[in-house]
Design a protein around this ligand. Sequence first.
Ligand code: MTE
Ligand code: MO
Length: 331
Amino acid sequence: MLIRTDNDGFNHPRSSEITPQPVYEERRRWLRTMAAGAAGGTLAAWAGRDALAAVPRPGKLAALAGQASQVAGANTMETLTPYADASQYNNYYEFGLDKADPARNAHTLKTTPWSVKVEGLVAKPGTFSLEDLIKLSPQEERIYRLRCVEGWSMVIPWVGYSLAQLLRQVQPLGSAKYVEFVTLADPKTMPGLRANVLDWPYTEGLRLDEAMHPLTLLAFGMYGEVLPAQNGAPVRLVVPWKYGFKSAKSIVAIRLTDKQPGTAWNKAARNEYGFYSNVNPDVPHPRWSQATERRIGEGGLFTKKRKTLMFNGYGEQVGQLYAGMDLKQQF
Ligand SMILES: Nc1nc2c(c(=O)[nH]1)N[C@H]1C(S)=C(S)[C@@H](COP(=O)(O)O)O[C@H]1N2
Ligand SMILES: [Mo]
């Protein structure tokens, strides 16, 4: 394992680049006024994001980095999203609904001790401590696009290894067809649980072949450091060809099943969020188009949107998983 310094080639913000409080307070007010008038709610939240630019980074203490991944498709050459955006513009409803809430509130998340139960239709079920999980396979760095169903995207260098490594270890039975991911639901540390927006705990699911695909990442870090709480510490999933909500944060259990598991967003709105939720510009969300996206950190509010790519650009690697399926029906 390699310890990274600040001169690691990534665009980390240095303390000298962090805007002093009064200046960004002023800019924030201005941007909010602008956005509210010109563009509306979601953009207002995005414009206000740099108000949190001084949030400390947890990773300085425990660097976590890996070799660049050899997995096909695992390293997009696109410009990385600045760390300040990736760590302060988040969806993590257990810590609030606003994009700025997780960075503000997730410091209460207690990540030690942490273990992940792997159970269900496997020959060798077990409980893995975080330390054992991290040791299970060499860490790789993978630069993935993450595309949220809300219409924004980021490019983040994640650190972890293919979930398949863990699944092989527990030996799925022939009857296993799906994998369910259960995340932490702790009312003492997660203020968002008081709101009944989702059926807690937040759960997600993949078909077994999707879960075994080498691009499906079990992530422990980002930008060469441990995951900040708001990004799903200490261990999360990253499934780059699916909408962001499939990438469950702060996982406590992984269950292999023979039936398609329920998922948090599918339970909340069945006709809006399907089980598959593959990024697909041709299948609109019932309330908005999914054909374009705004790359967070790229330009300002009026920067042209990008065209969203089928399977978020990972079609060459994952398209075969869906051969013969009607992706408009099974969205
Ligand atoms: N437990 C949990 N996991 C979650 C969410 C959540 O609210 N709770 N939000 C999802 C959504 S909608 C997105 S877009 C991604 C965001 O990940 P990021 O904050 O690291 O960008 O996390 C996903 N994982
Ligand atoms: Mo999302």
